[in-house]
Design a binder for this molecule. Structure first.
Ligand code: 0O3
Ligand code: SF4
Length: 332
């Protein structure tokens, strides 16, 4: 049975009083948007047969992409690489209207796996552009999600890539400025960026609702809860996964003595475990649980068999599949 620690945190009882142990963050791994996106590709494969095409990585995870590629999914960078008339899935990170238009021009059969919470930010960008606001989009330059969101209103959006980028920002009318953000940022760093923006533009407006999504926030809260007790935190996730990289930073910022990102258990360097008593484990929103199991098995071989779960939230959100695939999901 879970043992209450303090408000909002529960912990499963461990099996050993002292010695080597693992703290396992909960929530971790797949969010509702990733679950939907991966299932969208699987159902599209079942319905249309291989090959089907996906623009960019469906989610930023090496294992997910390699597994789907083995099943006949072809990942492309742009629509012009896709044979006319083929099935093309847009990734969970979203695309700009220009990409939709390019796919339509090639007569592609498109299926949109954009997370509904990313689409929500697109709608906000469109709405505030319509009202002629300067939109300050906080996010990482070159990230696909940011390119898609900015592409909704390129004449109104400026990218703000962290607190250090604030000084260079200029706006047309200081009374009509709003900030929006990428969904997978560090909450703390974003608040620092917003603070600096507000010092510069006191009338800066907040988004109508949080753009950093529930899953990103929950995974950061969970890793923060366990980090102060950890000699080492292992985050399972890929290098190009923004939310996974943020978990490493958050762990270090919250007091973990060391933190590393790995795609697979085999990347864990045994030297990291020297003198380590408590290892924290978490995973990004695009990471299948089987990869976390691999790390737990490896740690068990090194004597870390006492696994305690640190739970800070329960997630129940599920998104419906894109309309044309819904019958396929119900039919199992
Ligand atoms: O945006 P990020 O690099 O974190 O992407 P991932 O790793 O694929 O995780 C899912 C997040 C997403 C699709 C956009 O919010
Ligand atoms: Fe959607 Fe958040 Fe998952 Fe991104 S991290 S896919 S916004 S639920």
């Amino acid at each position: 049975m879970p043992v209450p620690l303090e408000v909002g945190i529960t912990r499963s009882a461990g099996t050993a009083a002292a010695g080597k142990r693992v703290l396992l963050a909960e929530p971790r791994g797949y969010c509702a948007g990733v679950d939907r996106a991966v299932e969208t590709v699987e159902k599209a494969l079942e319905k249309h047969g291989a090959p089907i095409y996906v623009r960019k990585e469906i989610v930023h995870n090496r294992h997910v992409v390699d597994t789907l590629a083995e099943r006949g999914v072809v990942f492309v960078d742009e629509t012009d690489e896709v044979p006319a008339g083929s099935v093309l899935v847009f990734s969970a990170h979203g695309v700009s209207p220009a990409v939709h238009a390019a796919a339509a021009a090639r007569d592609l059969h498109t299926i949109d796996a954009t997370c509904p919470l990313v689409t929500k930010v697109h709608q906000e960008a469109k709405r505030f552009a319509r009202d002629d606001y300067d939109i300050l989009l906080i996010g990482h330059e070159g990230h696909e999600e940011v390119e898609g969101t900015a592409g909704e209103a390129p004449d109104h959006v400026q990218l703000v890539d962290g607190p250090g980028a604030v000084d260079a920002i200029r706006v047309r009318d200081e009374a009509k400025v709003i900030w929006l953000s990428q969904t997978t940022l560090s909450v703390d760093e974003t608040m620092e960026t917003v603070k600096r923006l507000r010092e510069k533009f006191p009338l800066l407006q907040d988004p109508p609702s949080d753009d950093i999504c529930y899953a990103t926030q929950n995974r950061q809260v969970a890793v923060k809860a366990m980090a102060p007790e950890c000699d080492l935190v292992i985050v399972v996730g890929s290098r190009n996964s923004s939310n996974s990289v943020r978990l490493v930073e958050v762990a270090l910022g919250a007091g973990a003595k060391a933190a590393h990102l790995v795609d697979y258990a085999r990347e864990v360097d045994p030297a990291w475990l020297d003198g380590v008593q408590t290892v924290g484990i978490t995973s990004g929103a695009s990471v299948p649980e089987i990869l976390v199991r691999g790390v737990l098995d490896l740690l068990s071989e090194h004597g870390y068999r006492d696994v305690q779960t640190v739970t800070t939230a329960n997630e129940t959100l599920v998104f419906a599949l894109p309309r044309e695939l819904r019958a396929a999901r119900q039919g199992g």
